[in-house]
Design a binder for this molecule. Structure first.
Ligand code: AMP
Ligand code: ZN
Length: 144
């Protein structure tokens, strides 16, 4: 169990994958592993990473991404059942501008606790800007 692949010697998550740095690993599949975030946003915050090093969402192999997604669902199911979570947020930060601080692709599985400020102080949903349909459509056309 928990056999690794990671390749980048200076990458903390590659080191966790191969076991040369400590982590509380909780689940794995052929292409991904899950371990506890060392600075949790809420109790039960888990990170899911591909075994193979990839920098971010644009870099990760599609099959690795799919394996991360599958493992994320397993973790979320366990969190709801075993931690009595009321909900789960998935988060990926790709790029420093998006808040990425560790440059090995990872999905945050953040368990949520309704009406429990002792466990959950996350401020979601985000602040929205007033809708401008023409602008929404213009940007949408750039993404078709
Ligand atoms: P991000 O800012 O999206 O790149 O998230 C990086 C996450 O990795 C943060 O939530 C950190 O708390 C977490 N983290 C950094 N180093 C470790 C580590 N050695 N073990 C577990 N989690 C870590
Ligand atoms: Zn890595």
């Amino acid at each position: 169990m928990f056999l690794g692949v990671g390749t980048e010697s200076d990458c903390i998550f590659c080191q966790i994958v191969v076991g040369s740095s400590p982590a509380t690993k909780i689940a794995e599949n052929d292409r991904a592993i899950a371990f506890m975030d060392i600075n949790p946003a809420t109790p039960g915050h888990v990170l899911v990473v591909p075994r193979s090093h990839a920098v971010d969402l644009l870099d990760v192999e599609p099959d690795d991404l799919a394996s991360c997604a599958r493992l994320t669902q397993t973790v979320a199911q366990r969190a709801k059942e075993r931690l009595e979570a009321d909900g789960v947020n998935l988060l990926n930060c790709s790029g420093a501008a998006a808040g990425q601080t560790v440059f090995h692709f990872h999905l945050h599985v953040i368990v949520r606790f309704r009406d429990d400020v002792g466990k959950d102080r996350i401020g979601l949903p985000w602040e929205t800007v007033p809708s401008n349909l023409a602008e929404v459509q213009r940007i949408g056309e750039l993404l078709v």
